[in-house]
Design a protein around this ligand. Structure first.
Ligand code: DGL
Length: 217
Protein backbone atom coordinates (compact mmCIF):
# COMPACT_ATOMS: atom_id res chain seq x y z
CA UNK A 1 0.00 0.00 0.00
CA UNK A 2 1.29 3.45 -0.89
CA UNK A 3 1.06 6.24 1.69
CA UNK A 4 0.85 9.95 0.86
CA UNK A 5 0.79 13.05 2.98
CA UNK A 6 0.61 16.78 2.46
CA UNK A 7 -0.54 19.80 4.44
CA UNK A 8 -3.88 19.60 2.64
CA UNK A 9 -5.28 19.24 -0.88
CA UNK A 10 -2.04 20.01 -2.72
CA UNK A 11 -0.75 16.45 -2.85
CA UNK A 12 -3.96 15.25 -4.49
CA UNK A 13 -2.42 16.20 -7.84
CA UNK A 14 0.39 13.71 -7.09
CA UNK A 15 -2.14 11.07 -6.05
CA UNK A 16 -4.12 11.69 -9.24
CA UNK A 17 -0.99 11.31 -11.41
CA UNK A 18 -0.05 8.15 -9.48
CA UNK A 19 -3.48 6.58 -10.02
CA UNK A 20 -3.22 7.32 -13.74
CA UNK A 21 0.10 5.41 -13.76
CA UNK A 22 -1.08 2.63 -11.41
CA UNK A 23 -4.89 2.38 -11.67
CA UNK A 24 -6.51 0.53 -8.80
CA UNK A 25 -3.43 0.55 -6.52
CA UNK A 26 -4.43 0.81 -2.87
CA UNK A 27 -3.36 3.99 -1.07
CA UNK A 28 -3.76 6.06 2.08
CA UNK A 29 -3.73 9.86 1.72
CA UNK A 30 -3.41 12.12 4.75
CA UNK A 31 -4.45 15.74 4.20
CA UNK A 32 -2.99 17.37 7.29
CA UNK A 33 -5.31 20.41 7.18
CA UNK A 34 -4.94 20.92 10.93
CA UNK A 35 -1.31 21.96 10.45
CA UNK A 36 -1.68 23.79 7.12
CA UNK A 37 0.28 25.73 5.95
CA UNK A 38 3.69 24.13 6.32
CA UNK A 39 5.40 26.82 4.23
CA UNK A 40 6.32 29.19 7.05
CA UNK A 41 6.90 26.66 9.85
CA UNK A 42 10.33 26.02 11.34
CA UNK A 43 12.31 22.90 10.42
CA UNK A 44 11.85 21.27 13.88
CA UNK A 45 8.09 21.76 13.58
CA UNK A 46 7.93 20.22 10.10
CA UNK A 47 10.19 17.33 11.11
CA UNK A 48 7.91 16.57 14.09
CA UNK A 49 4.79 16.68 11.92
CA UNK A 50 6.36 14.56 9.16
CA UNK A 51 7.57 11.98 11.69
CA UNK A 52 4.12 11.67 13.25
CA UNK A 53 2.40 11.25 9.86
CA UNK A 54 5.04 8.76 8.72
CA UNK A 55 4.47 6.62 11.84
CA UNK A 56 0.74 6.70 11.18
CA UNK A 57 1.24 5.55 7.58
CA UNK A 58 3.68 2.81 8.65
CA UNK A 59 1.11 1.61 11.22
CA UNK A 60 -1.36 1.27 8.34
CA UNK A 61 1.12 -0.89 6.41
CA UNK A 62 2.33 1.73 3.91
CA UNK A 63 5.58 1.42 1.96
CA UNK A 64 6.50 3.42 -0.12
CA UNK A 65 5.63 6.70 1.56
CA UNK A 66 5.30 9.81 -0.60
CA UNK A 67 5.94 13.26 0.80
CA UNK A 68 3.45 14.84 -1.61
CA UNK A 69 4.73 18.22 -0.53
CA UNK A 70 7.82 20.16 -1.57
CA UNK A 71 8.10 21.89 1.79
CA UNK A 72 8.05 18.68 3.84
CA UNK A 73 10.56 17.15 1.43
CA UNK A 74 12.90 20.12 1.72
CA UNK A 75 12.74 20.20 5.49
CA UNK A 76 12.26 16.59 6.60
CA UNK A 77 13.07 13.87 4.05
CA UNK A 78 16.72 13.49 5.13
CA UNK A 79 15.57 12.96 8.71
CA UNK A 80 12.86 10.45 7.72
CA UNK A 81 15.24 8.40 5.57
CA UNK A 82 17.66 8.12 8.44
CA UNK A 83 14.97 7.30 11.01
CA UNK A 84 13.18 4.68 8.83
CA UNK A 85 15.74 2.94 6.58
CA UNK A 86 13.26 0.13 5.81
CA UNK A 87 10.86 2.54 4.06
CA UNK A 88 11.17 3.83 0.49
CA UNK A 89 10.48 7.56 0.65
CA UNK A 90 9.63 9.57 -2.44
CA UNK A 91 9.74 13.34 -2.22
CA UNK A 92 8.97 16.38 -4.34
CA UNK A 93 11.45 18.89 -5.66
CA UNK A 94 10.91 21.85 -7.97
CA UNK A 95 11.52 20.61 -11.55
CA UNK A 96 14.34 23.03 -12.32
CA UNK A 97 16.24 20.57 -14.51
CA UNK A 98 13.62 20.12 -17.29
CA UNK A 99 12.84 23.83 -17.12
CA UNK A 100 16.51 24.81 -17.45
CA UNK A 101 17.10 22.36 -20.29
CA UNK A 102 14.09 23.54 -22.30
CA UNK A 103 14.28 27.29 -21.63
CA UNK A 104 15.03 29.41 -24.71
CA UNK A 105 15.27 32.73 -22.94
CA UNK A 106 17.72 31.37 -20.36
CA UNK A 107 15.53 32.64 -17.53
CA UNK A 108 13.52 30.26 -15.33
CA UNK A 109 11.01 31.37 -12.70
CA UNK A 110 10.42 29.10 -9.70
CA UNK A 111 7.35 29.44 -7.47
CA UNK A 112 7.36 27.71 -4.09
CA UNK A 113 6.96 28.25 -0.36
CA UNK A 114 9.52 29.93 1.85
CA UNK A 115 10.30 26.54 3.45
CA UNK A 116 11.10 24.91 0.11
CA UNK A 117 13.54 27.63 -0.93
CA UNK A 118 15.25 27.40 2.46
CA UNK A 119 16.03 23.68 2.11
CA UNK A 120 19.33 22.03 1.25
CA UNK A 121 17.84 20.22 -1.78
CA UNK A 122 16.66 23.41 -3.44
CA UNK A 123 19.99 25.13 -2.96
CA UNK A 124 21.86 22.13 -4.38
CA UNK A 125 19.58 21.79 -7.44
CA UNK A 126 19.45 25.48 -8.27
CA UNK A 127 23.24 25.77 -7.96
CA UNK A 128 23.65 22.89 -10.41
CA UNK A 129 21.75 24.75 -13.14
CA UNK A 130 22.63 28.30 -12.17
CA UNK A 131 25.56 28.27 -14.61
CA UNK A 132 23.31 27.59 -17.61
CA UNK A 133 20.24 29.66 -16.80
CA UNK A 134 19.23 32.47 -14.54
CA UNK A 135 16.90 31.11 -11.85
CA UNK A 136 14.51 33.62 -10.28
CA UNK A 137 12.56 32.61 -7.18
CA UNK A 138 9.14 33.78 -6.07
CA UNK A 139 7.54 32.88 -2.72
CA UNK A 140 3.83 32.29 -3.29
CA UNK A 141 2.65 31.14 0.15
CA UNK A 142 -0.69 32.89 -0.35
CA UNK A 143 -1.60 30.51 -3.19
CA UNK A 144 -1.67 27.63 -0.66
CA UNK A 145 -4.33 29.36 1.38
CA UNK A 146 -6.37 30.12 -1.76
CA UNK A 147 -6.34 26.50 -2.88
CA UNK A 148 -7.30 25.29 0.60
CA UNK A 149 -10.34 27.59 0.39
CA UNK A 150 -11.20 26.07 -2.99
CA UNK A 151 -10.50 29.32 -4.86
CA UNK A 152 -8.80 28.06 -8.01
CA UNK A 153 -10.32 30.43 -10.60
CA UNK A 154 -12.09 33.78 -10.81
CA UNK A 155 -10.93 37.32 -10.02
CA UNK A 156 -9.32 36.57 -6.64
CA UNK A 157 -7.25 33.71 -8.02
CA UNK A 158 -6.31 35.74 -11.10
CA UNK A 159 -5.08 38.66 -9.03
CA UNK A 160 -3.02 36.42 -6.72
CA UNK A 161 -1.48 34.63 -9.69
CA UNK A 162 -0.80 37.84 -11.62
CA UNK A 163 0.91 39.44 -8.61
CA UNK A 164 3.44 36.60 -8.49
CA UNK A 165 4.01 35.68 -12.12
CA UNK A 166 4.00 39.06 -13.87
CA UNK A 167 7.35 40.06 -12.27
CA UNK A 168 8.83 36.72 -13.43
CA UNK A 169 7.53 37.22 -16.96
CA UNK A 170 8.80 40.82 -16.98
CA UNK A 171 12.24 39.48 -16.03
CA UNK A 172 12.16 37.27 -19.15
CA UNK A 173 11.22 33.90 -17.66
CA UNK A 174 9.86 31.54 -20.33
CA UNK A 175 9.44 28.60 -17.91
CA UNK A 176 7.44 28.76 -14.67
CA UNK A 177 8.26 25.89 -12.32
CA UNK A 178 5.47 24.96 -9.88
CA UNK A 179 7.49 24.05 -6.79
CA UNK A 180 4.55 23.39 -4.48
CA UNK A 181 1.93 20.70 -4.89
CA UNK A 182 -0.89 23.14 -4.21
CA UNK A 183 0.01 25.18 -7.29
CA UNK A 184 -1.09 22.80 -10.09
CA UNK A 185 -4.65 23.44 -8.84
CA UNK A 186 -4.15 27.00 -10.18
CA UNK A 187 -2.59 25.80 -13.42
CA UNK A 188 -5.43 26.89 -15.75
CA UNK A 189 -5.20 30.45 -14.42
CA UNK A 190 -1.40 30.47 -14.57
CA UNK A 191 -1.45 29.15 -18.14
CA UNK A 192 -4.01 31.72 -19.21
CA UNK A 193 -2.00 34.63 -17.80
CA UNK A 194 1.33 33.32 -19.11
CA UNK A 195 0.01 32.31 -22.55
CA UNK A 196 2.47 33.00 -25.35
CA UNK A 197 5.20 34.01 -22.91
CA UNK A 198 5.99 31.08 -20.63
CA UNK A 199 5.25 27.39 -20.22
CA UNK A 200 4.33 25.80 -16.93
CA UNK A 201 6.55 22.98 -15.62
CA UNK A 202 5.56 20.68 -12.79
CA UNK A 203 6.83 17.35 -11.56
CA UNK A 204 3.64 15.35 -10.90
CA UNK A 205 4.09 12.88 -13.76
CA UNK A 206 7.81 12.30 -13.13
CA UNK A 207 7.11 11.66 -9.43
CA UNK A 208 4.22 9.31 -10.22
CA UNK A 209 6.60 7.23 -12.38
CA UNK A 210 9.18 7.20 -9.61
CA UNK A 211 6.57 5.92 -7.11
CA UNK A 212 5.51 3.21 -9.57
CA UNK A 213 9.04 1.78 -9.53
CA UNK A 214 8.70 1.06 -5.81
CA UNK A 215 5.16 -0.26 -6.07
CA UNK A 216 5.91 -2.78 -8.81
CA UNK A 217 9.20 -4.01 -7.37
N1 DGL B 1 1.77 21.54 -0.75
C1 DGL B 1 2.91 21.79 0.02
C2 DGL B 1 4.17 22.07 -0.79
O1 DGL B 1 4.34 21.46 -1.78
C3 DGL B 1 2.73 22.58 1.28
C4 DGL B 1 2.32 23.99 1.19
C5 DGL B 1 2.11 24.57 2.57
O2 DGL B 1 1.47 23.92 3.39
O3 DGL B 1 2.60 25.69 2.81
O4 DGL B 1 5.00 22.85 -0.48
Amino acid sequence: MTGFFDSGFGGLCILEAFLRECPGEPFVYIADNANCPYGNKSQPEIVAIAERLTKELIARGCNPIVLACNTATAQAIDFLREAHPEINFVGLEPAIKPAALSSRSGVVGVLATRGTFAGRLYRATSCRYAGNVKVITQVADDWVELVERGVTDGPEAEKAVADKILPLLAAGADRLVLGCTHFPHLRPVIERLAAGRAEVVDSSLAVARQIRRFVKS
